[in-house]
Write a protein of this length. Structure first.
Length: 170
């Protein structure tokens, strides 16, 4: 007599696999709806085209056009959109020009467990915000410059390689 194997648990189908038919139906319904809308506008044009009386046909076409956005409004919105884009680009460029580097000499240092507090000769105070070993001394010239991704600064000493991340305390 053979020993029986224990039955393995059957994997349940993923919710993604079990919803494929319903997802397909939703996509098909959306496509059908957009086609119906397009056909509805074609049907309305065909109804107008079928009218024999010229004045009535013109009135039918006018009623269809009245439901469409006005060309003047569309032109005004397009000009306003272009103006806003140019203004945003100008702001981005001015912000990029403002981010310059600072070169100064260390006036005072305070070593804390979480990093350095650096006071520069111009009075600015910078605090290390990513703990990393980096030797600094009073009197060293340092360069502080923005990171590539923005929002932070790096401090590097002229006679040393490497850098530390700092943020302006005062």
């Amino acid at each position: 007599m053979k020993p029986q194997r224990p039955q393995r648990h059957q994997k349940k189908p993923s919710i993604f696999c079990s919803n494929i038919p319903s997802t397909f139906l939703l996509v098909a319904a959306a496509i059908t709806w957009t086609e119906a809308v397009a056909q509805g506008s074609d049907q309305a044009l065909n109804r107008c085209r079928a009218i024999q009386v010229i004045a009535a046909r013109a009135a039918c076409y006018d009623s269809l056009v009245d439901n469409q956005p006005q060309a003047a409004d569309a032109q005004r919105l397009m000009i306003e959109n272009q103006r806003l884009r140019q203004e945003m680009a100008r702001q981005r460029n001015s912000e990029a020009e403002e981010t310059t580097e600072l070169v100064d000499t260390i006036a005072a240092l305070e070593k804390r467990p979480d990093g350095w507090i650096v006071t520069l000769q111009n009075g600015q105070i910078w605090q290390q915000h990513v703990t990393r070993r980096y030797e600094l001394t009073v009197g060293q010239r340092v360069r502080i410059y923005p990171t590539i991704f923005g929002g932070g600064y790096k401090l590097t000493a002229e006679d040393r390689g490497g850098f530390i991340y700092v943020k302006r305390a005062r």
